[in-house]
Write a protein that binds this ligand. Structure first.
Ligand code: NAD
Length: 263
């Protein structure tokens, strides 16, 4: 267990599933108390809270805020402060995808993706920053994507939002550079989570190919290592960015993509 992280409070958005859950679990394993967030079945979330709490001996709360709604994000941060005392670590992870050619891209989907994947990150940072600055310590980790660095066809809103997240990460890092608060981004390549599994059929339709071809040629085709990025590796990177050896790492973009963006 990491002494610096023990008893720190981590708010991880979108932590009822996939990468967010993995990152939350990695932080809990280091002794962080957790505020979970995201959608899902109420019973399953309660069971998850209980499991994490018992397994790691930490407090685990939950708030159902939709991160695209400013008021709800404010309520979530306030709830964290009331129940767990503070927010020391914010991991902005909640995100959604929509796959469609630009000409057919529904405006509601454009707005939805930008508001969840980009504005939600801004709302969270704005809400936690005053407390972090006052305490002189804070860690902000934004889960962006290799689509913050390069594009793929049919993902205009996602790519635009993720590029925006990297710009926001760097700006916040500069603004907090002397305050003990770091802000970094993690850019995963493809990770096999519900978000990716759910886009296989849409991608097949948009490109006119089979789902098998999407897996082999589109997803793993872009990763020289021919393997998905492990959720546990993303959790370990988040722990490192929050830990004792990363105080001078800020505004950085950590790429875990199996060589995707090296090509
Ligand atoms: P996922 O679908 O498994 O999980 C998404 C989580 O976000 C869920 O907990 C969901 O309930 C929550 N969520 C969705 N909309 C929300 C909202 N409006 N408010 C609050 N919570 C909301 O997805 P994932 O693959 O684990 O993705 C997590 C993050 O990682 C996303 O930001 C995604 O863009 C990024 N990412 C994923 C991959 C990948 O290959 N899976 C690659 C690069 C980046």
């Amino acid at each position: 267990m990491n002494e610096l992280l023990r008893s720190k409070v981590a708010l991880v958005t979108g932590s009822t599933s996939g990468i967010g859950l993995g990152v939350a679990e990695s932080l809990a394993a280091q002794g962080c108390h957790l505020l979970l967030n995201g959608f899902g079945d109420e019973e399953e979330i309660l069971t998850l809270q209980k499991r994490l709490s018992e397994q790691y001996g930490v407090e685990v709360c939950y708030h159902p805020a939709d991160v695209s709604k400013h008021e709800q994000v404010l309520s979530m941060v306030q709830y964290a402060e009331e129940t767990l005392g503070t927010v020391d670590i914010l991991v902005n992870n909640a995100g959604v995808q929509h796959v469609s050619p630009v000409e057919d891209f529904a405006l509601e989907q454009w707005d939805r993706l930008l508001s969840i994947n980009l504005s939600g990150v801004f709302y969270g940072i704005q809400a936690v920053l005053p407390g972090m600055k006052t305490r002189g310590w804070g860690r902000i980790v934004n889960i962006a994507s290799i689509h913050g660095l390069v594009a793929s066809p049919y993902k205009s809103a996602y790519v635009a939002a993720k590029h925006g997240v990297l710009g926001l990460t760097k700006t916040v890092a500069l603004e907090c550079a002397r305050d003990g608060v770091t802000c970094n981004a993690i850019c995963p390549g493809y990770v096999l989570t519900p978000l990716v599994e759910n886009q296989i059929a849409d991608t097949a339709r948009a490109r006119g190919i089979t789902e098998q071809q999407v897996m082999e040629d589109v997803l793993l085709g872009t990763q020289p290592t021919k393997r998905f990025t492990d959720i546990a590796d993303l959790g370990a990177m988040a722990v490192f960015l929050c830990g004792p050896n990363s105080g001078n790492i800020t505004g950085s973009v950590q790429v875990l993509d199996g060589g995707y963006t090296a090509a």
